[in-house]
Design a binder for this molecule. Structure first.
Ligand code: FES
Length: 496
Protein backbone atom coordinates (compact mmCIF):
# COMPACT_ATOMS: atom_id res chain seq x y z
CA UNK A 1 0.00 0.00 0.00
CA UNK A 2 2.03 2.93 -1.26
CA UNK A 3 0.88 6.45 -1.94
CA UNK A 4 1.10 8.02 -5.37
CA UNK A 5 3.78 10.34 -4.02
CA UNK A 6 6.30 7.48 -3.98
CA UNK A 7 6.44 7.58 -7.81
CA UNK A 8 9.93 8.83 -8.63
CA UNK A 9 10.75 8.89 -4.92
CA UNK A 10 14.21 10.24 -4.05
CA UNK A 11 16.04 8.57 -1.23
CA UNK A 12 17.74 10.66 1.40
CA UNK A 13 21.38 9.88 2.19
CA UNK A 14 21.39 7.31 4.97
CA UNK A 15 23.01 8.04 8.29
CA UNK A 16 23.53 4.95 10.36
CA UNK A 17 20.72 4.59 12.90
CA UNK A 18 21.48 5.79 16.39
CA UNK A 19 23.75 3.61 18.49
CA UNK A 20 25.38 4.60 21.75
CA UNK A 21 25.11 8.02 23.33
CA UNK A 22 24.94 11.31 21.46
CA UNK A 23 24.16 14.90 22.25
CA UNK A 24 22.60 17.80 20.41
CA UNK A 25 21.23 21.25 21.04
CA UNK A 26 17.89 20.19 19.57
CA UNK A 27 16.60 16.64 19.08
CA UNK A 28 13.61 16.48 16.74
CA UNK A 29 11.48 13.33 16.76
CA UNK A 30 9.92 12.85 13.33
CA UNK A 31 11.21 13.68 9.83
CA UNK A 32 7.93 14.88 8.36
CA UNK A 33 7.02 18.40 7.31
CA UNK A 34 6.90 19.78 10.88
CA UNK A 35 10.25 18.43 12.02
CA UNK A 36 12.18 19.28 8.87
CA UNK A 37 10.69 22.79 8.63
CA UNK A 38 11.82 23.42 12.22
CA UNK A 39 15.29 21.98 11.64
CA UNK A 40 16.34 24.52 8.99
CA UNK A 41 16.28 27.82 10.94
CA UNK A 42 17.75 26.07 13.97
CA UNK A 43 20.70 24.73 11.97
CA UNK A 44 21.15 28.11 10.30
CA UNK A 45 21.35 29.72 13.74
CA UNK A 46 24.26 27.43 14.55
CA UNK A 47 22.40 24.84 16.64
CA UNK A 48 23.45 21.22 16.51
CA UNK A 49 20.26 19.54 15.27
CA UNK A 50 19.53 15.81 15.23
CA UNK A 51 16.35 14.40 13.64
CA UNK A 52 15.22 10.88 14.61
CA UNK A 53 12.70 9.21 12.32
CA UNK A 54 11.01 5.87 13.06
CA UNK A 55 10.75 4.99 9.35
CA UNK A 56 12.16 7.02 6.48
CA UNK A 57 11.88 10.74 5.69
CA UNK A 58 8.23 11.61 5.02
CA UNK A 59 7.02 8.03 5.46
CA UNK A 60 4.51 9.03 8.14
CA UNK A 61 1.47 11.17 7.58
CA UNK A 62 3.28 13.75 5.39
CA UNK A 63 3.78 11.11 2.69
CA UNK A 64 0.16 9.98 3.06
CA UNK A 65 -1.38 13.43 2.69
CA UNK A 66 -3.15 15.09 -0.22
CA UNK A 67 -0.40 17.46 -1.31
CA UNK A 68 -2.90 20.33 -1.11
CA UNK A 69 -1.86 23.66 0.43
CA UNK A 70 -4.54 26.20 1.30
CA UNK A 71 -5.05 29.12 3.65
CA UNK A 72 -8.59 28.22 4.73
CA UNK A 73 -9.59 24.92 6.39
CA UNK A 74 -11.00 21.91 4.55
CA UNK A 75 -13.86 21.85 7.07
CA UNK A 76 -14.83 25.36 5.95
CA UNK A 77 -14.20 28.97 6.87
CA UNK A 78 -17.76 29.64 8.05
CA UNK A 79 -17.66 27.08 10.92
CA UNK A 80 -14.31 28.52 12.03
CA UNK A 81 -15.71 32.05 11.97
CA UNK A 82 -18.80 30.90 13.82
CA UNK A 83 -16.68 29.37 16.59
CA UNK A 84 -13.94 31.99 16.91
CA UNK A 85 -15.27 35.21 15.35
CA UNK A 86 -13.98 37.41 12.52
CA UNK A 87 -10.61 38.34 13.97
CA UNK A 88 -9.33 34.83 14.75
CA UNK A 89 -10.77 33.39 11.52
CA UNK A 90 -8.82 36.01 9.56
CA UNK A 91 -5.67 35.34 11.62
CA UNK A 92 -5.89 31.65 10.74
CA UNK A 93 -6.02 32.50 7.04
CA UNK A 94 -3.10 34.94 7.33
CA UNK A 95 -0.95 32.49 9.31
CA UNK A 96 -1.69 29.63 6.94
CA UNK A 97 -1.15 31.85 3.90
CA UNK A 98 2.31 32.74 5.27
CA UNK A 99 3.05 29.03 5.70
CA UNK A 100 2.14 28.32 2.04
CA UNK A 101 4.43 31.19 1.00
CA UNK A 102 7.17 29.67 3.19
CA UNK A 103 6.88 26.34 1.36
CA UNK A 104 7.06 28.15 -1.99
CA UNK A 105 10.14 30.09 -0.87
CA UNK A 106 11.96 26.91 0.25
CA UNK A 107 11.06 25.14 -3.00
CA UNK A 108 12.66 28.02 -4.92
CA UNK A 109 15.65 28.44 -2.61
CA UNK A 110 16.67 24.78 -2.71
CA UNK A 111 15.32 24.08 -6.23
CA UNK A 112 13.20 21.25 -4.83
CA UNK A 113 11.63 19.32 -7.69
CA UNK A 114 8.21 18.62 -6.15
CA UNK A 115 5.84 20.10 -8.74
CA UNK A 116 4.83 23.00 -6.53
CA UNK A 117 2.29 25.11 -8.38
CA UNK A 118 -0.28 27.72 -7.48
CA UNK A 119 -3.81 26.42 -8.06
CA UNK A 120 -7.31 27.48 -7.04
CA UNK A 121 -9.33 25.56 -4.45
CA UNK A 122 -13.04 24.87 -5.06
CA UNK A 123 -15.89 24.14 -2.64
CA UNK A 124 -18.56 22.52 -4.78
CA UNK A 125 -22.03 21.05 -4.60
CA UNK A 126 -23.22 18.68 -7.29
CA UNK A 127 -27.01 18.79 -6.87
CA UNK A 128 -29.82 20.70 -5.20
CA UNK A 129 -29.94 18.37 -2.23
CA UNK A 130 -26.29 19.04 -1.42
CA UNK A 131 -26.88 22.73 -2.04
CA UNK A 132 -29.67 22.75 0.53
CA UNK A 133 -27.26 21.29 3.10
CA UNK A 134 -24.49 23.86 2.55
CA UNK A 135 -24.85 27.60 2.79
CA UNK A 136 -22.38 28.64 0.12
CA UNK A 137 -23.26 32.31 0.62
CA UNK A 138 -22.27 32.10 4.27
CA UNK A 139 -19.01 30.38 3.30
CA UNK A 140 -18.34 33.00 0.60
CA UNK A 141 -18.89 35.76 3.13
CA UNK A 142 -16.55 34.12 5.66
CA UNK A 143 -13.80 33.60 3.07
CA UNK A 144 -14.03 37.18 1.79
CA UNK A 145 -14.08 38.57 5.31
CA UNK A 146 -10.86 36.62 6.03
CA UNK A 147 -9.19 38.35 3.09
CA UNK A 148 -9.31 35.62 0.44
CA UNK A 149 -10.06 36.20 -3.23
CA UNK A 150 -13.22 34.21 -3.91
CA UNK A 151 -15.88 34.01 -6.61
CA UNK A 152 -18.91 31.90 -7.44
CA UNK A 153 -18.27 29.51 -10.30
CA UNK A 154 -19.70 26.66 -12.34
CA UNK A 155 -18.20 23.20 -12.80
CA UNK A 156 -14.43 23.57 -13.27
CA UNK A 157 -13.76 20.81 -15.80
CA UNK A 158 -15.58 18.03 -14.00
CA UNK A 159 -17.64 15.54 -16.02
CA UNK A 160 -20.67 16.13 -13.78
CA UNK A 161 -22.67 19.28 -13.01
CA UNK A 162 -21.36 21.18 -10.03
CA UNK A 163 -21.14 24.74 -8.84
CA UNK A 164 -19.75 26.61 -5.88
CA UNK A 165 -16.83 28.75 -4.76
CA UNK A 166 -13.41 29.28 -6.32
CA UNK A 167 -10.66 30.45 -3.97
CA UNK A 168 -7.73 31.87 -5.94
CA UNK A 169 -4.00 31.37 -5.35
CA UNK A 170 -3.79 28.23 -3.24
CA UNK A 171 -1.21 25.56 -4.11
CA UNK A 172 -0.39 21.89 -4.75
CA UNK A 173 2.81 19.84 -4.66
CA UNK A 174 4.17 16.36 -4.10
CA UNK A 175 4.57 16.37 -0.29
CA UNK A 176 6.98 13.42 -0.20
CA UNK A 177 9.32 14.86 -2.83
CA UNK A 178 9.19 18.17 -0.96
CA UNK A 179 10.33 16.75 2.38
CA UNK A 180 12.90 14.52 0.69
CA UNK A 181 14.32 17.61 -1.04
CA UNK A 182 14.22 19.55 2.21
CA UNK A 183 16.01 16.72 4.04
CA UNK A 184 18.79 16.68 1.45
CA UNK A 185 19.19 20.45 1.85
CA UNK A 186 19.32 20.03 5.63
CA UNK A 187 22.15 17.50 5.37
CA UNK A 188 24.09 20.27 3.62
CA UNK A 189 23.37 22.51 6.62
CA UNK A 190 24.91 19.97 9.00
CA UNK A 191 21.67 18.47 10.33
CA UNK A 192 21.98 14.79 11.29
CA UNK A 193 19.00 12.72 10.12
CA UNK A 194 18.71 9.24 11.58
CA UNK A 195 16.16 7.02 9.85
CA UNK A 196 14.82 3.70 11.20
CA UNK A 197 15.29 5.00 14.74
CA UNK A 198 11.97 4.80 16.64
CA UNK A 199 12.07 6.68 19.93
CA UNK A 200 10.97 4.48 22.85
CA UNK A 201 11.14 6.96 25.71
CA UNK A 202 11.45 10.69 26.33
CA UNK A 203 12.68 11.82 29.74
CA UNK A 204 11.98 15.54 29.55
CA UNK A 205 13.37 16.23 33.04
CA UNK A 206 16.76 14.87 31.99
CA UNK A 207 16.54 16.22 28.44
CA UNK A 208 17.05 12.71 27.11
CA UNK A 209 15.40 10.38 24.64
CA UNK A 210 16.09 6.75 24.05
CA UNK A 211 15.87 4.43 21.04
CA UNK A 212 16.41 0.65 21.09
CA UNK A 213 20.13 1.07 20.61
CA UNK A 214 21.07 4.47 21.92
CA UNK A 215 20.14 7.73 23.58
CA UNK A 216 20.39 11.43 22.82
CA UNK A 217 20.76 14.19 25.36
CA UNK A 218 19.51 17.56 24.10
CA UNK A 219 18.68 21.00 25.46
CA UNK A 220 15.41 20.99 23.52
CA UNK A 221 13.26 18.05 22.38
CA UNK A 222 10.67 18.58 19.64
CA UNK A 223 7.94 15.99 19.19
CA UNK A 224 7.15 16.43 15.51
CA UNK A 225 5.19 13.20 15.64
CA UNK A 226 1.65 14.34 14.68
CA UNK A 227 0.53 13.64 18.25
CA UNK A 228 2.83 13.71 21.28
CA UNK A 229 4.32 10.39 22.31
CA UNK A 230 3.38 8.98 25.70
CA UNK A 231 0.59 10.23 27.90
CA UNK A 232 -0.39 13.85 27.43
CA UNK A 233 -3.32 15.97 28.51
CA UNK A 234 -4.16 17.00 24.95
CA UNK A 235 -5.01 13.43 23.93
CA UNK A 236 -8.03 13.49 26.23
CA UNK A 237 -10.01 15.81 23.96
CA UNK A 238 -8.70 14.88 20.54
CA UNK A 239 -10.83 12.73 18.22
CA UNK A 240 -8.71 10.62 15.86
CA UNK A 241 -9.87 9.60 12.41
CA UNK A 242 -8.59 7.93 9.28
CA UNK A 243 -9.17 8.98 5.72
CA UNK A 244 -8.45 7.02 2.54
CA UNK A 245 -7.17 7.82 -0.94
CA UNK A 246 -7.38 6.03 -4.29
CA UNK A 247 -5.81 7.12 -7.59
CA UNK A 248 -6.65 6.19 -11.17
CA UNK A 249 -5.74 6.86 -14.79
CA UNK A 250 -8.58 8.10 -17.00
CA UNK A 251 -9.21 6.99 -20.58
CA UNK A 252 -10.37 10.45 -21.64
CA UNK A 253 -7.11 12.13 -20.68
CA UNK A 254 -9.19 14.99 -19.25
CA UNK A 255 -8.05 15.68 -15.71
CA UNK A 256 -9.58 18.48 -13.61
CA UNK A 257 -7.27 21.16 -12.23
CA UNK A 258 -7.04 22.51 -8.70
CA UNK A 259 -8.12 21.42 -5.24
CA UNK A 260 -11.70 20.18 -5.59
CA UNK A 261 -13.76 19.68 -2.44
CA UNK A 262 -17.12 18.14 -3.33
CA UNK A 263 -19.61 18.49 -0.46
CA UNK A 264 -21.44 15.20 -1.00
CA UNK A 265 -20.89 15.12 2.04
CA UNK A 266 -17.13 15.32 1.45
CA UNK A 267 -14.74 14.03 -1.19
CA UNK A 268 -11.53 15.74 -2.18
CA UNK A 269 -10.37 15.35 -5.79
CA UNK A 270 -7.12 16.40 -7.45
CA UNK A 271 -4.93 15.47 -10.39
CA UNK A 272 -1.22 14.72 -10.46
CA UNK A 273 1.24 14.35 -13.29
CA UNK A 274 4.33 12.13 -13.11
CA UNK A 275 6.41 12.07 -16.26
CA UNK A 276 4.05 11.42 -19.17
CA UNK A 277 1.40 9.86 -16.95
CA UNK A 278 -1.46 11.66 -15.32
CA UNK A 279 -3.59 10.52 -12.40
CA UNK A 280 -6.78 11.56 -10.65
CA UNK A 281 -7.11 10.89 -6.96
CA UNK A 282 -10.04 10.94 -4.58
CA UNK A 283 -9.76 11.24 -0.81
CA UNK A 284 -12.62 10.46 1.56
CA UNK A 285 -14.39 7.75 3.58
CA UNK A 286 -13.30 9.30 6.86
CA UNK A 287 -14.16 7.42 10.04
CA UNK A 288 -13.02 7.36 13.67
CA UNK A 289 -9.82 5.31 14.02
CA UNK A 290 -10.60 1.80 15.21
CA UNK A 291 -14.20 1.89 13.93
CA UNK A 292 -14.06 0.31 10.50
CA UNK A 293 -17.18 -0.06 8.39
CA UNK A 294 -16.40 -2.08 5.31
CA UNK A 295 -13.96 -1.71 2.46
CA UNK A 296 -13.15 1.99 2.32
CA UNK A 297 -10.89 1.67 -0.71
CA UNK A 298 -13.55 -0.15 -2.69
CA UNK A 299 -16.10 2.59 -1.90
CA UNK A 300 -13.68 5.21 -3.22
CA UNK A 301 -13.05 3.18 -6.38
CA UNK A 302 -16.81 2.98 -6.92
CA UNK A 303 -17.07 6.75 -6.38
CA UNK A 304 -14.51 7.44 -9.10
CA UNK A 305 -15.89 4.82 -11.49
CA UNK A 306 -19.40 6.29 -11.22
CA UNK A 307 -18.19 9.77 -12.24
CA UNK A 308 -15.10 9.39 -14.45
CA UNK A 309 -14.04 7.07 -17.31
CA UNK A 310 -11.54 5.16 -15.21
CA UNK A 311 -9.00 3.21 -17.26
CA UNK A 312 -7.16 1.65 -14.33
CA UNK A 313 -6.78 2.15 -10.60
CA UNK A 314 -3.16 2.65 -9.63
CA UNK A 315 -2.52 3.43 -5.94
CA UNK A 316 -4.29 3.47 -2.61
CA UNK A 317 -3.17 4.76 0.77
CA UNK A 318 -4.48 6.37 3.92
CA UNK A 319 -3.64 8.87 6.63
CA UNK A 320 -4.63 9.73 10.16
CA UNK A 321 -6.00 13.00 11.52
CA UNK A 322 -6.11 14.45 15.04
CA UNK A 323 -8.67 17.20 15.57
CA UNK A 324 -8.20 19.56 18.49
CA UNK A 325 -11.12 20.30 20.81
CA UNK A 326 -11.24 24.02 19.97
CA UNK A 327 -10.53 23.58 16.24
CA UNK A 328 -7.03 25.12 16.25
CA UNK A 329 -3.73 23.22 16.48
CA UNK A 330 -1.57 23.00 19.60
CA UNK A 331 1.96 24.12 18.74
CA UNK A 332 4.97 24.81 20.93
CA UNK A 333 6.17 24.36 24.52
CA UNK A 334 4.23 21.73 26.42
CA UNK A 335 2.78 22.01 29.91
CA UNK A 336 5.22 21.07 32.64
CA UNK A 337 8.45 21.14 30.62
CA UNK A 338 10.08 24.21 29.08
CA UNK A 339 12.40 22.04 26.97
CA UNK A 340 9.69 19.89 25.37
CA UNK A 341 7.65 20.95 22.31
CA UNK A 342 4.78 19.43 20.36
CA UNK A 343 2.60 20.05 17.34
CA UNK A 344 -0.78 18.37 17.04
CA UNK A 345 -4.47 18.90 16.30
CA UNK A 346 -3.96 19.58 12.58
CA UNK A 347 -7.26 17.89 11.51
CA UNK A 348 -7.25 17.44 7.70
CA UNK A 349 -5.05 20.48 7.13
CA UNK A 350 -1.68 19.20 8.31
CA UNK A 351 0.75 20.18 5.56
CA UNK A 352 0.15 23.87 6.17
CA UNK A 353 -0.25 23.59 9.95
CA UNK A 354 2.89 21.43 10.02
CA UNK A 355 4.86 24.10 8.16
CA UNK A 356 3.57 26.80 10.48
CA UNK A 357 4.38 24.57 13.48
CA UNK A 358 7.96 24.09 12.31
CA UNK A 359 8.41 27.86 11.90
CA UNK A 360 6.79 28.60 15.24
CA UNK A 361 8.69 26.01 17.29
CA UNK A 362 12.01 27.10 15.79
CA UNK A 363 11.20 30.71 16.74
CA UNK A 364 10.33 29.64 20.28
CA UNK A 365 13.63 27.78 20.69
CA UNK A 366 15.52 30.71 19.17
CA UNK A 367 13.61 33.09 21.48
CA UNK A 368 12.34 35.07 18.52
CA UNK A 369 8.95 36.76 18.78
CA UNK A 370 6.32 35.18 16.55
CA UNK A 371 2.90 36.80 16.15
CA UNK A 372 1.14 33.42 16.11
CA UNK A 373 2.60 31.99 19.29
CA UNK A 374 -0.17 33.07 21.62
CA UNK A 375 -2.95 32.03 19.23
CA UNK A 376 -1.74 28.49 18.57
CA UNK A 377 0.34 27.87 21.71
CA UNK A 378 0.23 24.37 23.19
CA UNK A 379 -0.36 25.73 26.67
CA UNK A 380 -3.49 27.69 25.88
CA UNK A 381 -6.69 26.84 27.70
CA UNK A 382 -9.99 27.52 25.93
CA UNK A 383 -12.71 25.86 28.03
CA UNK A 384 -15.54 27.76 26.34
CA UNK A 385 -14.47 26.49 22.92
CA UNK A 386 -13.44 22.96 23.84
CA UNK A 387 -15.38 21.65 26.85
CA UNK A 388 -17.99 19.88 24.74
CA UNK A 389 -15.35 18.10 22.69
CA UNK A 390 -13.49 16.96 25.82
CA UNK A 391 -16.73 15.53 27.18
CA UNK A 392 -17.53 13.76 23.89
CA UNK A 393 -14.04 12.30 23.49
CA UNK A 394 -13.88 11.05 27.06
CA UNK A 395 -17.25 9.39 26.54
CA UNK A 396 -15.83 7.69 23.43
CA UNK A 397 -12.80 6.39 25.32
CA UNK A 398 -14.98 5.19 28.20
CA UNK A 399 -17.34 3.50 25.76
CA UNK A 400 -14.48 1.60 24.16
CA UNK A 401 -12.94 0.70 27.52
CA UNK A 402 -16.19 -0.81 28.80
CA UNK A 403 -17.49 -2.34 25.58
CA UNK A 404 -14.19 -3.80 24.43
CA UNK A 405 -13.23 -5.26 27.80
CA UNK A 406 -16.65 -6.80 28.48
CA UNK A 407 -17.80 -7.58 24.99
CA UNK A 408 -14.84 -9.37 23.42
CA UNK A 409 -15.85 -12.77 22.04
CA UNK A 410 -14.42 -15.97 23.49
CA UNK A 411 -12.51 -18.18 21.08
CA UNK A 412 -12.13 -21.92 21.46
CA UNK A 413 -9.97 -22.53 18.41
CA UNK A 414 -7.71 -20.43 16.21
CA UNK A 415 -9.08 -22.40 13.25
CA UNK A 416 -11.93 -19.88 13.16
CA UNK A 417 -9.50 -17.24 11.85
CA UNK A 418 -9.27 -17.48 8.05
CA UNK A 419 -6.16 -16.47 6.04
CA UNK A 420 -5.89 -12.68 5.82
CA UNK A 421 -8.26 -12.17 8.75
CA UNK A 422 -7.64 -10.58 12.12
CA UNK A 423 -9.78 -10.79 15.22
CA UNK A 424 -9.67 -9.75 18.86
CA UNK A 425 -10.80 -12.51 21.22
CA UNK A 426 -10.57 -13.64 24.81
CA UNK A 427 -8.51 -16.77 25.17
CA UNK A 428 -8.08 -18.22 28.65
CA UNK A 429 -8.94 -14.85 30.15
CA UNK A 430 -6.46 -12.88 28.04
CA UNK A 431 -7.43 -10.37 25.33
CA UNK A 432 -5.55 -11.37 22.20
CA UNK A 433 -5.10 -9.79 18.77
CA UNK A 434 -4.96 -12.77 16.41
CA UNK A 435 -4.06 -12.58 12.75
CA UNK A 436 -3.56 -15.34 10.19
CA UNK A 437 -1.35 -14.37 7.25
CA UNK A 438 -2.39 -15.21 3.68
CA UNK A 439 0.21 -17.99 3.86
CA UNK A 440 -1.60 -19.42 6.88
CA UNK A 441 0.82 -18.42 9.65
CA UNK A 442 -0.74 -17.34 12.94
CA UNK A 443 0.46 -14.18 14.66
CA UNK A 444 -0.78 -13.78 18.21
CA UNK A 445 -0.28 -10.57 20.17
CA UNK A 446 -1.74 -9.01 23.28
CA UNK A 447 -4.72 -6.85 22.26
CA UNK A 448 -4.03 -4.40 25.07
CA UNK A 449 -2.69 -1.11 23.73
CA UNK A 450 0.52 -0.24 25.57
CA UNK A 451 -0.41 3.45 25.63
CA UNK A 452 -3.31 3.50 28.12
CA UNK A 453 -4.65 -0.06 27.96
CA UNK A 454 -7.58 0.22 25.54
CA UNK A 455 -8.24 -2.80 23.31
CA UNK A 456 -7.04 -2.54 19.70
CA UNK A 457 -9.35 -3.27 16.74
CA UNK A 458 -8.58 -5.03 13.44
CA UNK A 459 -8.41 -2.70 10.42
CA UNK A 460 -9.21 -5.01 7.50
CA UNK A 461 -8.53 -2.33 4.85
CA UNK A 462 -4.93 -1.93 5.97
CA UNK A 463 -4.21 -5.15 7.92
CA UNK A 464 -3.25 -3.24 11.05
CA UNK A 465 -4.27 -3.16 14.69
CA UNK A 466 -5.75 0.28 15.47
CA UNK A 467 -6.55 1.65 18.90
CA UNK A 468 -9.85 3.57 19.04
CA UNK A 469 -8.87 5.60 22.11
CA UNK A 470 -6.00 7.83 20.95
CA UNK A 471 -5.06 6.42 17.55
CA UNK A 472 -2.00 4.24 18.17
CA UNK A 473 -1.60 1.80 15.29
CA UNK A 474 0.45 -1.37 15.06
CA UNK A 475 1.47 -3.72 12.25
CA UNK A 476 0.73 -7.44 12.40
CA UNK A 477 4.04 -8.03 14.21
CA UNK A 478 2.91 -5.50 16.82
CA UNK A 479 5.41 -2.76 15.89
CA UNK A 480 4.18 0.83 16.32
CA UNK A 481 3.19 2.49 13.03
CA UNK A 482 2.02 5.78 14.53
CA UNK A 483 0.28 7.35 17.50
CA UNK A 484 1.22 8.04 21.10
CA UNK A 485 2.31 4.49 22.02
CA UNK A 486 6.06 4.12 22.42
CA UNK A 487 6.13 0.34 22.55
CA UNK A 488 4.88 -2.53 20.37
CA UNK A 489 1.95 -4.77 21.27
CA UNK A 490 3.25 -7.50 23.57
CA UNK A 491 3.76 -10.88 22.03
CA UNK A 492 1.60 -13.61 23.44
CA UNK A 493 2.19 -17.34 23.54
CA UNK A 494 -0.20 -19.38 21.42
CA UNK A 495 -2.67 -20.88 23.82
CA UNK A 496 -4.87 -23.11 21.69
FE1 FES B 1 -4.24 5.44 23.91
FE2 FES B 1 -4.35 3.09 22.75
S1 FES B 1 -3.75 4.93 21.90
S2 FES B 1 -4.92 3.59 24.75
Amino acid sequence: MESIWTLGSRGVAEHPSLSGEADADVAIVGAGITGLTAALPLAEAGFKVMVLEAGTVGSGVTGGSTGNLYATLASGQAPLRHKWGDEVAAEVVRARGEAVDHVEALVKRFSIDCQFQRQPAYRLVADERQHAGHDLNEELDALVSAGLEVEMTNAPGLPFDSWGLRIANQAQFNPLHYVQGLASALLGEGVVILQHSPVREIEAGKGRLRTDEGSVTAKHIVQATHTPKGISLVQAGMPVSREYAVSARLSSGEYPEGILWVLDPFHSLRSYRHGDDQYLMVIGEKHPTGEHRGDHYQLLREYLAARFDVEAFTHHWSAQQYTSPDGLPYIGRMHGHDNLYMATGFAADGLVWGTLAGMLIADQILERANPWQARFGARRITPGKSALQYAKENATVTKHMVKDYLGTEKLDSFDAIAPGQGRVATVEGEKLAIHRTEAGKLKVLSAVCPHMKCIVHWNASESTWDCPCHGSRFDTDGEVIEGPAYHPLARSGEKL
